[in-house]
Design a binder for this molecule. Structure first.
Ligand code: HEC
Length: 181
């Protein structure tokens, strides 16, 4: 009896793990955690200038490595991207604009958006909000130290990710789980 119960629980667990929704949400949590700890470690050792390098190279590298390992697509996107590689596609952009106007009207943005594409891929978009600690690199000119500003400008001549305020929508994690994965 115990064995059967155990088997049932295990089967339920495996089935749940294969559902694209929970899988995509877990991926967002896991990658979010990794990027946050990379940033925190770098802030602790090298200050903000070192951390610019983290976001610049390690965030992209870690994101690509994680996606390949999981056999999914995952990235960060924004309507005001710092890195042009993080510009949203049409579906991402429409959702982000809807969330931005909801927040402007004082409504709360939904927890996420999901869809299944015509070819059967599952897509999930999870909002990323600005916190106080983000303003050193995403705030206004007074909040970004001059040397950090110079570094950002050097790495990202087309940077649109400044001038945010605490609580703003900064962008989103975007996940695609290909059909049958
Ligand atoms: C030390 C500077 C620094 C701090 C602090 C920082 N960021 Fe960034 N952020 C960057 C850089 C540099 C990039 C470009 C990364 C890349 O090349 O993909 C970036 C990119 C992003 C992106 C991807 C979209 C885009 O604009 O390219 C998001 C989303 C983001 N940051 C959110 C945050 C949030 C939320 C916080 C606070 C919790 C934060 N960042 C704190 C420097 C920083």
């Amino acid at each position: 009896m115990d064995r059967i119960l155990c088997l049932l629980v295990l089967t339920a667990g495996v089935l749940a793990a294969q559902e694209p929704g929970p899988r995509a949400r877990a991926a967002v949590q896991e990658l979010g955690q990794k990027i946050r700890s990379l940033l925190a470690a770098e802030l602790a050792s090298g200050g903000f200038e070192g951390a610019v390098g983290v976001c610049a190279e390690k965030a992209q590298a870690e994101t690509k490595r994680y996606a390949a390992e999981q056999g999914i697509q995952i990235r960060r996107v924004s309507t005001r991207a710092r890195n042009v590689a993080n510009r949203p596609d049409e579906w991402e952009r429409s959702r982000l604009l809807e969330w931005e106007s909801a927040l402007r009207e004082g409504k709360s943005a939904p927890e996420n958006a999901q869809t299944t594409t015509a070819s059967g891929d599952y897509r999930l978009l999870v909002p990323i909000r600005v916190q106080a600690m983000c303003l050193t690199c995403h705030g206004n000119e007074k909040q970004i130290p001059a040397r950090v500003g110079d570094l950002l400008h050097k790495h990202y001549p087309e940077d649109a990710a400044k001038g945010y305020r605490n609580g703003d929508l900064r962008g989103a994690f975007s996940v695609v789980i290909p059909r049958g994965r």
